[in-house]
Design a protein around this ligand. Structure first.
Ligand SMILES: [Mg+2]
Length: 216
């Protein structure tokens, strides 16, 4: 009886397939990404972060300051949304597909960021866009920004075509340093990627949600 039990246990153990931890199913991940957006949770989470940034900006405006104040905004998934294009490409597509969509210049504004922008401009705070988009997309980007309400920003800084560091944070932090060197005090830096925020040159940094892609 005892021997039989041992044999049964051994047989049972040998027939159990041992998987390494199976990664999440791709289709289910895509469904959850779409659900995050269509449920309105993405928009709510975005607004929560922008509200925090707005509170800080209001506080800074109310305090006396010597240097002109500025805010830095990233563009994609911070000021403009690529969601319809991403969903149409099923969160994939080749680099060419993505670039083609970018060049159309038809992205919608991310509303809470647009409101923060309008508040900043109305209170004489300079607004600089610092984007990972390259110089080739300058005209399409300016047209797109103006069309959706970002009408009189102070500058648009685009990534050089030949930039080839492993992270965009070197370029982005350098761009913020250049703004501060012009005499501005950057009180807010807002982006959807950690690489938008790393490297300093801002009093406060705020990270918006983006579960759709990662830019090192
Ligand atoms: Mg971005």
């Amino acid at each position: 009886m005892f021997k039989k039990l041992i044999l049964l246990i051994i047989t049972f153990s040998l027939t159990q397939t041992t998987y390494a931890l199976e990664p999440q199913n791709l289709d289910l991940v895509k469904q959850s990404l779409m659900q995050y957006h269509s449920s309105g949770q993405y928009q709510k989470d975005t607004k929560i972060v922008i509200d925090q940034a707005m509170t800080y900006l209001k506080k800074r405006i109310s305090q006396p300051y010597k240097k002109p104040l500025a805010i830095v905004l990233d563009i994609d998934e911070t000021s403009l949304s690529n969601y319809p294009d991403m969903a149409a490409l099923s969160f994939g597509g080749s680099l060419d597909d993505i670039m083609r969509e970018e060049a159309k210049g038809t992205d919608q504004a991310i509303k809470p960021t647009l409101e923060l922008y309008q508040f900043a401009k109305a209170n004489h705070v300079a607004v600089f866009f610092v984007t990972g988009r390259t110089q080739n997309y300058k005209d399409a980007t300016i047209k797109n920004l103006k069309q959706v309400g970002y009408t009189d920003f102070d500058d648009l800084i685009l990534k050089p075509e030949n930039y080839n560091e492993k992270t965009v944070s070197i370029y982005k932090a350098g761009a913020r340093k250049a703004i501060q060197d012009k005499g501005y005090n950057i009180v807010l830096n807002i982006g959807d990627q950690q690489s938008d925020l790393d490297g300093g040159f801002a009093e406060k940094s705020y990270k918006l949600p983006n579960p759709y892609y990662l830019i090192p």
